[in-house]
Design a protein around this ligand. Structure first.
Ligand SMILES: Cc1cc2nc3c(=O)[nH]c(=O)nc-3n(C[C@H](O)[C@H](O)[C@H](O)COP(=O)(O)OP(=O)(O)OC[C@H]3O[C@@H](n4cnc5c(N)ncnc54)[C@H](O)[C@@H]3O)c2cc1C
Length: 454
């Protein structure tokens, strides 16, 4: 099959977004997907009358790019939240804010100690970045902060921190802006100096637009029915409406550059186009192209387990999302997707979810009844549910790879891989390092990919 302007492999978020942009620009798109459904990670599983998602997905519509895309796909099936409630805790209280450890309330003495050490760092001459994240962290924030945060990073990633490259600091950005005092104190420091502005956070309650905008996501959309499955179904309908040819159950097994285009073998189909966008990690591409570099060796995979409990809606006290930085409790975060996803049944029952990260190799020992018991206790201990609440049903599952972190030294193999791919064909493009998240992928498309797919 030919006559396409662009061929896109993988119909996860990245493939769907790229296909939507290309088709809206009037280009003829072939979108090829191995599974018999689209959406990849963005899919939900049916359980007990509910649709359950992998994690805490929701759609960020703060930016014009996000708003245009998600609302064009979801249309009248979009629930819009102008004030999505995020909170964090590193102890017994939670504070409204987006992804920052809160030492100011729960551990004031530690917060003072950290501040003193950071004053010393601010006054010292700056040092070159080391290769590893842990040393960089210690160097940038001091020993007390590092000793507190690095175990949290371990909890969040399910792996020891020693091998993590300094290049993971963007991905782990939630650990780099703690709150060490009241909003007024934080604002005074942030106003005073870039050093503090880069390293401190404020809560949503501070209402200071200068500092809120940087790290607070409040405006979100969510599908009005079926969780993320609702998004995947709406995306499929919309792509077809825009004239995208979607090939499902068509895993790509061969790719060849013909000199004028690229031909892929996808299931029973042979499809040709002048350019190919490989929306998946390079690992799969390298196997198909016969490149002998194992990128898996330079990445730390982060898997996660989900524990879901059916409870009465009026027993849920927590915000939409709660990030739990307390090392004593196993879940890293909690959400009430059942409520914000419009999934409360006629009998008043909905569901809440906890997420426990783990290395994929350890998932079997984490996705267990025993962890489910601990997760349930944590929901009560952190105050996410009313004391004395009981669940009527529960389930859990493990998700092998939610994302990967670069290992120290990752760049050498990564760049060799890019050279090898280019040597085989200049017509194949992928996603550059650091752009795989939804918001960052949309920026990547806007700034770089759309030009490359011309
Ligand atoms: C638990 C969890 C929580 C997350 N939370 C967030 C979040 O809060 N915010 C955020 O921005 N991101 C989040 N992410 C990441 C986000 O889900 C991903 O960035 C995004 O969904 C990945 O999309 P993708 O297209 O890159 O990959 P995928 O979703 O993996 O899609 C790849 C697609 O390619 C198909 N495929 C594979 N091999 C082939 C082949 N040979 N031929 C054809 N097709 C093939 C697969 O079947 C799949 O459909 C989370 C991810 C997980 C798992």
């Amino acid at each position: 099959m030919s006559g396409y302007d662009v061929l896109i492999v993988g119909a996860g978020f990245a493939g769907i977004y790229a296909a939507w942009r290309q088709a809206r620009d009037g280009r003829k798109v072939a979108l090829v997907e191995a599974a018999d459904f689209i959406g990849g990670n963005l899919n939900s599983r049916p359980w007990n009358g509910f649709w359950l998602d992998n994690g805490t997905h929701n759609f960020d519509i703060r930016t014009p790019l996000g708003e245009k895309f998600f609302l064009d796909i979801l249309r009248d099936k979009a629930l819009i939240f102008e004030d999505q409630k995020w909170a964090t805790t590193s102890g017994s209280t939670w504070t409204y804010g987006f992804e920052f450890p809160e030492f100011g309330v729960d551990h004031p003495q530690k917060a003072r100690q950290i501040m003193q050490e950071m004053v010393g760092i601010a006054a010292a001459p700056s040092k070159d970045d080391p290769d590893d994240y842990a040393t960089w962290y210690r160097q940038s924030y001091g020993a007390t902060m590092a000793d507190s945060i690095l175990p949290m990073v371990q909890k969040y990633t399910g792996s020891p921190v020693d091998d993590i490259s300094v290049d993971a600091r963007g991905l782990l950005g939630m650990f780099t802006r703690t709150r060490l005092g009241s909003d007024a104190e934080m604002i005074a420091l942030k106003e005073a100096d870039q050093f503090w502005d880069d390293r401190l956070s404020v809560t949503l309650a501070c209402n200071d637009a200068r500092f809120l905008g940087k790290n607070v996501n409040k405006r979100f959309a969510f599908p009005a029915e079926k969780g993320l499955k609702g998004f995947c179904e709406a995306a499929e309908d919309r792509l077809k409406e825009l004239g995208v040819d979607l090939f499902k159950s068509a895993p790509v097994t061969k790719i060849a550059d013909t000199g004028t285009g690229v031909v892929v073998q996808a299931g029973d189909h042979s499809i040709e186009a002048p350019v190919l966008f490989w929306s998946l990690p390079e690992i799969g591409l390298s196997k198909i192209l016969g490149i002998d570099i194992d990128l898996a060796k330079s990445a730390i995979p982060v898997g996660t387990s989900f524990f879901v409990f059916e409870v009465a809606e009026d027993s849920v006290l927590g915000p939409d999302y709660l990030h739990d930085y307390t090392l004593e409790r196993v879940p890293f975060r909690y959400n009430k997707a059942g409520i914000y996803g419009n999934q409360t049944k006629a009998d008043g029952k909905t569901f809440v979810t906890c997420e426990v990260p783990a290395h994929p190799g350890a998932l079997k020992s984490v996705a267990t009844q025993e962890t489910s018991d601990k997760a349930w206790q944590a929901l009560l201990d952190v105050g996410y549910l009313k004391p004395g609440t009981r669940y009527s049903n529960r389930t859990f599952w493990g998700h092998p790879v939610a994302y990967t972190l670069p290992k120290v030294g990752w760049r050498v193999d990564y760049e060799r891989m890019q050279d090898e791919i280019r040597a085989r064909s200049e017509r194949i493009g992928g996603i550059e390092f650091g752009y795989r998240g939804r918001l960052s992928f949309m920026n990547f498309y806007q700034d770089k990919l759309q030009e490359r797919l011309r």
